[in-house]
Design a protein around this ligand. Structure first.
Ligand code: S3P
Length: 169
């Protein structure tokens, strides 16, 4: 897999809770290349947390910053980059991702996602009356777009190492 990648990046996309960061970290370790999480990088450069950014500047500004950060992260490779759930949905960001390497959609069903995001409440988009319904609405709106990724791997409720192996394959 390392040779097949060459200097291209491997970019993980998909909804919150799909396992992009935890699987991405393992994949990068196996390939012996750097791992970067775009949300962490956004927090590092802005010196604010994602919820703080949403609260202070709104989603639109967040997306603009996300586009710039991801574009820069993908300039040199190979790297494994996990992206925030909305990154691939944004047209400009998606263009950078498509150009920057091999995109992999970690596709999960609602209950798997919900099980994982339910435990932490760091996601501004899920601060609604009915977060599970919101998550389902996001699935319906976004899945056709994630389907434009180069590869799709089903994210199941199994160990992260097993998911990482499937991504590598
Ligand atoms: C978002 C997902 C989050 C984060 C932000 C917006 C989204 O990342 O970028 O809260 O639009 O789906 P994760 O997918 O890592 O939770």
């Amino acid at each position: 897999a390392r040779a097949a990648l060459g200097s291209r990046n491997l970019i993980l996309v998909g909804l919150m809770g799909a396992g992009k960061s935890s699987v991405g970290r393992i994949v990068a370790g196996q390939l012996g290349i750097p791992f970067i999480d775009s949300d962490h990088e956004i927090e590092r450069v802005s010196r604010m947390t994602i919820p703080e950014l949403f609260a202070a500047y709104g989603e639109e500004e967040f997306r603009a910053l996300e586009t710039r950060v991801i574009k820069r992260l993908l300039k040199s490779g190979p790297r494994v980059v996990s992206t925030g759930g909305g990154a691939f949905i944004n047209e400009r960001t998606r263009r950078h991702i498509k150009k920057g390497g091999v995109s992999v959609w970690l596709k999960a069903d609602l209950d798997v996602l919900w099980e994982r995001v339910n435990k932490r409440d760091t996601r501004p988009l899920l601060k609604t009356e009915n977060p599970k319904q919101t998550l389902e609405n996001l699935m319906n709106a976004r899945y056709p777009v994630y389907a434009q990724a180069d590869l799709t791997v089903l994210s199941r409720d199994v160990r992260k190492e097993i998911m990482a192996d499937e991504v590598l394959k």
